[in-house]
Design a protein around this ligand. Structure first.
Ligand code: ATP
Length: 294
């Protein structure tokens, strides 16, 4: 298989969950979810180049991340090459901007960008469906990361329905330093749900809000069943939410399994004021002001 391009740069966008519901657990242990996904402008950059060094050689701007098969971007490159019989050496560079282990699907998005980038370099070997089928074997969020925009994600995350774009707004991310693994959060959810009444999102009302372009209905419906679980482990989530509300956010929620909290603002001045506040706190390294990407 010969490439039609010697190099390619693609962007890996962060996502937030406007809602996250768990409907139950499947016999294989996977959780059946129903989530409203939304892409952000905040992104990592993936550069792919044909290289004289055989196999996949990876470099990354974040020295704490692995650059071997433990990195999802590396695994995506290896999978694409073995699936399509690519024997060229591939040099992969990842410029990280998305906070790691944050509930923003950084790793999944990097993997999606690698699959799309290699597909472009080799003259579109795969259809969008082929890439999604390949991606889901690496991670349930990867099919969404290939699609982007506003979408309903169901099943284990592989059943996707594109939705009308969410109304434009600003999004401030605040990530506490402490975190917990996604696996641990889902396990704790299973225990907590047996003893506690957890608030579930009204996803159908959120879908209606999106179809009507009703920003106020959308922000008032933000809800994530994992938020009370992660907040027990990372109590700072509650005080970050409180401060964001005080600073004029229209809606505030934890994304994914956390611990990042996001706040939506229609007014850019309020968004910048809240950003300036958090940049003066210990949360400065985890504070990012961005916008929705549709
Ligand atoms: P999700 O929202 O899908 O749960 P996340 O944002 O919580 O994802 P990631 O940033 O993808 O989490 O990182 C989760 C773990 O995966 C990290 O601990 C990290 O070591 C590992 N990892 C592997 N590849 C990557 C990558 N390309 N970028 C970030 N983390 C990666």
């Amino acid at each position: 298989m010969k490439p039609i391009l010697q190099s390619y740069t693609s962007y890996a966008y962060a996502k937030i969950n406007l809602s996250l519901d768990i409907l139950g657990t499947r016999p294989d242990g996977y959780h059946e979810v129903r989530m409203l996904m939304q892409s952000l402008q905040l992104h990592d950059t993936v550069t792919l180049k044909i290289s004289d060094t055989p196999g996949i050689t990876m470099t990354c701007s974040d020295a704490t991340l692995p650059v071997d098969e433990h990195n999802l971007a590396y695994r995506a490159a290896a999978l694409f090459c073995s699936t399509y019989g690519i024997t060229d050496g591939i040099a992969l560079h990842l410029e990280k901007k998305i906070p790691v282990a944050a509930g923003l699907a950084g790793g999944s998005s990097d993997a999606a960008a690698v699959l799309q980038g290699l597909n472009k370099m080799y003259g579109t070997l795969a259809t969008a469906e082929d890439l999604a089928a390949l991606g889901v074997t690496l991670g349930a969020d990867i099919p969404y990361c290939l699609m982007l925009g506003t979408a309903l994600s169901e099943g284990i995350g592989e059943r996707l329905t594109p939705l009308p774009a969410a109304p434009h707004c600003y999004c401030l991310l605040v990530k506490p330093a402490a975190g917990a693994s996604t696996k641990q959060i889902y396990t704790e959810y299973d225990a907590l749900v047996k003893t506690t009444d957890i608030k579930h999102p009204n996803t159908d009302l959120m879908l209606l809000a999106l179809s009507e372009g009703n920003y106020h209905a959308l922000v008032s419906g933000l809800c994530n069943v994992l938020e009370p679980v992660t907040t027990r482990l990372v109590p700072e989530i509650a005080s970050i939410k409180e401060a964001l509300q005080f600073l004029g956010a229209d809606g505030v929620l934890m994304s994914g399994s956390g611990p990042t909290v996001f706040a939506l603002f229609s007014d850019p001045e309020n968004a910048k004021r809240a950003e300036a506040y958090f940049l003066q706190t210990k949360y400065a390294p985890g504070t990012f002001l961005t916008e929705l990407k549709n």
